[in-house]
Design a binder for this molecule. Structure first.
Ligand SMILES: Nc1nc2c(c(=O)[nH]1)N[C@@H](CN(C=O)c1ccc(C(=O)N[C@@H](CCC(=O)O)C(=O)O)cc1)CN2
Length: 286
């Protein structure tokens, strides 16, 4: 068996086209969605991601405001910028690109963003909303993974076992909660898991989100399982690769996401969805 590919690029393109149509309708009512993107420092990867977000906004008719600061910016200065953007009625979403320089407490900065503008879905209020099933912004990467599952008819996971590898606050934990909300039986594995393969071999859906290549190999996958690869690593040749041994696992899995061209593009597409929905909510509440 060779797995079918879940094409994140194509799904992201369709999602962004839908956002563009809805953004145009809002703009026609005098409420163009607005996203503020804050980049502190000169991390080369962050510069690329931020550029891609700004470009995606432009293409979808979302106004973006990019604020770039030197790595020497203080935490107090950054908090003051977040506060100003919280109070700017033209801004519906605020995104602070991570990682931040070490002298800035990213937790403190995220908590300073108004939950009503937390389009990254990282605020404790957004995480709490997900826990109790209340409306709130969903973290973009796991939200994108759920959309990929929906795209192959796996939106309802009743009777299915999902295994998440990784327990980060921005991917692993919200991913587990979203899978649970879709009725899956969920197992979260991590560095303290005794026998990872014994867990993954039981799974109908596996989400690998560790940040380490070859965490999941073919012998660890049940034939026909769906494999979602959130990882972004470099192999020995410097080529981008995920957490999954793609060539091996694709011989066993039923569906698999590639890296690049899988989860990454969906992360940006879901950021646009969250920004648009924030603008739609603000229109309703006025
Ligand atoms: N504030 C945030 N910071 C960070 C987030 C985030 O969601 N919010 N996530 C990551 C980085 N990230 C978005 O910011 C991101 C990373 C990768 C991609 C992507 O499309 N990757 C491509 C490959 C790109 C390449 O060739 O290098 C792919 O997978 O096809 C999108 C977004 C950390 N920080």
């Amino acid at each position: 068996m060779t797995a079918q590919l879940i094409d994140g690029l194509a799904l992201a393109k369709a999602t962004r086209a839908d956002v563009a149509a809805r953004a145009a309708a809002l703009t026609a009512q005098g409420r163009q969605p607005g996203l503020a993107v804050i980049l502190v420092g000169d991390n080369p990867a962050s510069q690329v991601y931020v550029r891609n977000k700004v470009k995606a906004c432009e293409e979808a008719g979302i106004r973006s405001v990019l604020e770039k600061y030197e790595a020497t910016m203080t935490e107090a200065e950054l908090l003051a910028r977040v506060d100003a953007l919280n109070n700017d009625p033209m801004i519906h979403g605020i995104l602070v690109q991570l990682p931040l320089p070490k002298h800035i407490d990213d937790h403190k900065v995220i908590e300073a963003i108004s939950p009503a503008k937390d389009v990254d879905g990282f605020h404790i209020a957004s995480a709490g909303a997900l826990v109790v099933g209340e409306p709130g912004f969903k973290a973009c990467t796991p939200y994108g993974c759920m959309k990929m599952l929906e795209s192959i008819g796996m939106g309802n996971l009743k009777g299915k076992h999902a295994v998440v590898i990784g327990r980060s606050n921005i991917v692993g934990k919200p991913m587990a909660l979203m899978l649970l909300a879709a009725n899956a039986t969920v197992t979260v594995c991590h560095s303290g898991t005794a026998d990872l393969g014994a867990m993954t071999r039981q799974a109908d859906v596996i989400v690998a989100a560790v940040g380490k290549r070859d965490v999941l190999t073919a012998d660890m996958v049940k034939p026909g399982a769906v494999v979602i690869d959130v990882g972004m690593n470099r192999n020995d040749e410097g080529k981008l690769c995920g957490d999954v041994d793609f060539d091996g696992v694709r011989q066993v899995a039923g569906w698999i996401t590639p890296v690049p061209g899988g989860v990454g593009p969906m992360t940006i597409a879901m950021l646009l969805v969250n920004t648009l929905e924030s603008a739609e909510r603000s229109l309703k509440s006025n």
